[in-house]
Ligand binder design. Structure first.
Ligand SMILES: C[S@@+](CC[C@H](N)C(=O)[O-])C[C@H]1O[C@@H](n2cnc3c(N)ncnc32)[C@H](O)[C@@H]1O
Length: 268
């Protein structure tokens, strides 16, 4: 039975959403803007998490447009002050009926990676578009996180061991950590056209904001890591490394893929 490994009810969620917003929202906004997004558009934001991108979409589409933000655990997005044209719904994209159809834009960031039925979900999302509408799917490729600088070789080995264990947990929960590199192919397979992608990554130094994502993720699953054989000393040393400015690791590369439902726009 699969489950979302990083349940939003955990205390580490605020830290995770804060890093995703601060380190990746600019790349996501740039990708979304390439669709020509503007006033009057109807948008669906799947697995909206902290809600920052849903709010940004709401501003861009203006009062004539609307944004539906969904999540299996929407409390964080729902707690934000938001414009009247943004609604937040509790919704499971793997089994609930779609909250509408004929969308101009459907967006999901770092959601399908976690879902074993990701191809089927992607096809559902494509089916929720109007002819000519855009699907934007953004995913990490967790297989390319080279250590860029370290105080010594043991630190590199420690990071790789702990990070490898985290990826093993993700896979056990039904996630596909390398999904980012498969998204373009999945979009083509779903029948989308004009498929393109860009990838964003940066260096994350110890003690900085971005590397806090590793702190939030490993902290949330510390118990499961212990079951995989990670000792308390190793976890402590790993967390200390994340605070050491001599340690620098590449961020997860975010692959932002765009594709379009075939057909011409019909008037509403
Ligand atoms: C890694 S977070 C990403 C949040 C946000 N999209 C972002 O990039 O900042 C994944 C989000 O997907 C949500 N999620 C997981 N499974 C889901 C499902 N079956 N349907 C809808 N949302 C889901 C989680 O609750 C969480 O908020």
């Amino acid at each position: 039975m699969s489950r979302y490994l990083f349940d939003n009810a955990a205390v580490q969620t605020a830290g995770r959403f804060s890093v995703l917003e601060s380190r990746y929202d600019t790349a996501s906004r740039n990708a979304l803007a390439r669709t020509g997004l503007g006033p009057g558009w109807r948008c669906l934001e799947i697995g909206g998490g902290g809600g920052s991108l849903g709010d940004w979409l709401g501003e861009l589409v203006g009062p004539e447009g609307e944004v539906t933000v969904t999540d299996i655990e929407p409390a964080r997005a729902a707690s934000r002050r938001r414009a009247a044209n943004v609604r937040v719904l509790r919704h499971d994209i793997t089994r609930d009926p779609l909250p509408g159809d004929g969308f101009d834009l459907v967006h999901a960031r770092l959601v399908l990676l976690h879902l074993p039925e990701r191809q089927r979900v992607l096809e559902r999302l494509a089916g929720a578009l109007r002819p000519g509408g855009w699907l934007v799917v953004e995913e990490f490729d967790c297989g390319w996180t080279p250590v860029l600088a370290a105080p010594d070789d043991n630190s590199v080995l420690l990071f790789e061991r702990l990070h490898g264990s985290l990826l093993a947990l993700l896979e056990k929960s039904g996630a596909e950590p390398l999904w980012g590199r498969h998204v373009v192919r999945a979009m083509l397979r779903a029948g989308l056209t004009e498929v393109t992608a860009t990838t964003y990554a940066e260096a994350w130094p110890g003690g900085g904001e971005g590397i806090g994502l590793h702190r939030a993720n490993t902290g949330q699953v510390a118990h499961d890591l212990a079951e995989l054989g990670v000792t308390a000393d190793e976890l402590d040393a790993f967390l200390a490394l994340l605070d050491d400015p001599r340690f620098v690791v590449n961020s997860y590369p975010l692959v932002s893929a765009l594709g379009r439902r075939p057909g011409e726009r019909t008037s509403r």
